[in-house]
Design a protein around this ligand. Structure first.
Ligand SMILES: [Zn+2]
Length: 56
């Protein structure tokens, strides 16, 4: 139950583009909802997009 640096849940090598979130600095991969606007996507989630930090 330890959070690993990389996901060990079976690596699926799909040719999906990836970016790094400007807010949380975590890499995220292409999602279908961003199909139209992938070039402008800079955040992994709406929370990051709004600038909400997930730090208590
Ligand atoms: Zn993020």
């Amino acid at each position: 139950m330890t959070p690993g640096r990389t996901s060990m849940n079976g690596v699926k090598k799909q040719n999906l583009p990836a970016k790094i979130c400007l807010q949380c600095r975590r890499p995220f991969t292409w999602r279908k909802k961003w199909a139209r606007d992938w070039e402008n996507v800079r955040y992994c989630s709406d929370a990051c997009r709004r600038g909400i930090r997930d730090c208590p």
